[in-house]
Write a protein that binds this ligand. Sequence first.
Ligand SMILES: C[S@@+](CC[C@H](N)C(=O)[O-])C[C@H]1O[C@@H](n2cnc3c(N)ncnc32)[C@H](O)[C@@H]1O
Ligand SMILES: [Zn+2]
Length: 287
Amino acid sequence: MKFSLDSNIIGALRCPHCKGNLSLTENGCASLVCDGAKRHCFDISSSGYVNFASPAQSKGGDSPEAVKAREEFLSLGFYEPIREAVYQTASEYAEGGLLVDAGCGEGYYSQRMSERFYVFGADISKSAVNTAAKRAKREGADKVFYSVASVFELPVKDGAASVVTNIFAPCVEAEYKRILSDNGVLIAVYAGEEHLMGLKEALYDSVRKNQERADMPADMERIAEKRVCFDIKLDGADNIKRLFAMTPYYWRTSSADAQRLYDLDSLSTKVDVIIAVYKRRDGKEML
Ligand SMILES: C[S@@+](CC[C@H](N)C(=O)[O-])C[C@H]1O[C@@H](n2cnc3c(N)ncnc32)[C@H](O)[C@@H]1O
Ligand SMILES: [Zn+2]
C-alpha cells in the first residue's frame, strides 16, 4: 500500500545531517530524501515511522519492557483526565498548525492531539515509536507521523511548530524555543508534588514529596499553569506492576521492596500532574 504523509508535516521537517528539505519518494518502499548535495535518505519502516537518530543517540530511551508496561497501563484509561486536560490546553493556545510531541513515547497523547493538529512525534526509543506508528496505522490516524529522534536535536525547521508538548520527558528549552513559531507555546507536563504518593508509600518506609523539576525553562515566560489531581485505585498485581514499571522507581527499587508492592491486592494512589504553558519572551503578543 502506498505510504502517505501530509505536506503540513513533511514541509516542517529538515534533514538531521544537512538541514535540507525532505520529500517522500516511493521506489518499492517509502523513504524520505533530502535536497542537500548528499541526498541523505531515511527509510520509512513497514509500521510507518522514520529513524533519524544516529547510532550513538539510539542507545537511550525506554526499553521494550517499559514501553509495553506503559502501553498496557495507559490503555486502562486512568490517565485520560490528563490527556484531555493537555488537549484542552493546547486547543486554548493554538487553533491548529503543527504540534511537535517531544518524547512522545507510544503516542498516547500525540494521536489524540492529531484530532486538532498536524502532529510530529519524536522519541529516542525505537520500541516506543514503533508501537505508536503501528497504532496510528491500525486506527487510520493520518495526521500524525512518528520518528526516532532525540529531543536535543529535533529534525524540525526553525519556527515551524505552533505547539510543543513535552510530557513526562526531558525538557530541552533551547531546542523547543528554536522550533516554536513567534506565537507558539510549549506545554510541559510533569509530576506534581503528590504524584503517585500511594505507590511510593507502598514501596518505601519513608517518602518525600516530589521536587520541582530542574530542567524547566528559564528563559521562556510561564504564562499559565494547571494542576490535574485525582485518586485512582488499581486492582490486581498485573495492573499495579504496569504502573510501577513505567515509573523511574522501577529501576531504583530493590527486589525486596518491589515484592511488597506485588503482594498487594489493590493499590490506591494520587495522580498529581502539572501542565505548565510557556511562550517565548521574544514572541509577538497573541491576537
Ligand atoms: C516517561 S516516558 C513518557 C512518554 C510519553 N510522553 C507519555 O507520557 O506517555 C519518557 C519518554 O522520553 C523518551 N526519551 C528519553 N530521553 C529522550 C531523548 N533524549 N530524546 C527523545 N526521547 C527521549 C523515552 O524514550 C520515553 O519514551
Ligand atoms: Zn541531508
